[in-house]
Design a protein around this ligand. Structure first.
Ligand SMILES: [Zn+2]
Ligand SMILES: [Zn+2]
Length: 202
């Protein structure tokens, strides 16, 4: 069993400010991992799909998911579906077993009726400028809420897992002299070039 409390501090360091959405991502990620009985991904052993988009409230959630699951944009084993929703689906790549976890709407609506949102965030105050005595109780509420009052955990499903191999081939661009992964090279009169150089050459 993974304990989200052990990842709160590291999650806040990664994320940059204190807010309730990153901890909610920790809780959701932990619930999915514990449902599948899997450990944090060292390599790409897990794959996550978060349903968030961009430029809306609470996409901080994705940093909590990255922190706890080890599914990161750097390793490439997490993807945004762009639905503007808060569900996260976690896949165990070895077996294809997966589970979708969603924060309960009533728990999220309750959070929106707090000083943190009403008096600060919705008036345009950045999360880092909200006093600690306003945000800390909300974080504690998210971290300590009984799982069934915070999250809906879906049934275990089977997911088709793509087995992609990593590319190690690189070539130096004939124009800018910078290193390019081979699959991204484009042909040009000067030879094989990177995408920005190929666009400038036309
Ligand atoms: Zn945040
Ligand atoms: Zn180039």
């Amino acid at each position: 069993m993974i304990d989200p409390k052990e990842f709160l501090k590291a999650g806040q360091q990664l994320h940059g400010h204190k807010c309730p959405a990153m901890p909610l991502g920790l809780r959701a990620g932990a619930a999915a991992m514990n449902a599948l009985v899997v450990a944090r991904a060292k390599d790409k052993d897990l794959f996550a799909v978060v349903e968030l988009g961009d430029d809306h409230c609470a996409h901080c959630f994705a940093d909590g998911v990255q922190m706890i699951t080890g599914c990161t944009f750097g390793k490439g084993n997490i993807r945004k579906a762009g639905y503007g929703k808060f569900g996260v689906t976690l896949v165990d790549r070895a077996t294809g077993r997966s589970v979708r976890v969603v924060p309960l709407a009533k728990a999220q609506l309750g959070m929106k009726q707090t000083k943190f949102f009403l008096e600060y965030r919705m008036k345009g105050v950045p999360a880092s400028k909200v006093p600690e005595d306003v945000v800390d109780p909300l974080i504690q509420q998210v971290m300590n809420a009984p799982q069934e009052q915070l999250l809906s955990i879906g049934p275990e499903l089977k997911t088709e897992v793509e087995k992609k191999t990593e590319s190690f081939g690189t070539t130096v661009c004939a124009i800018c002299g910078e290193m390019v992964v081979d699959e991204y090279l484009r042909p040009s009169a000067a030879g094989k070039v990177c995408i920005p150089c190929s666009q400038k050459a036309v």
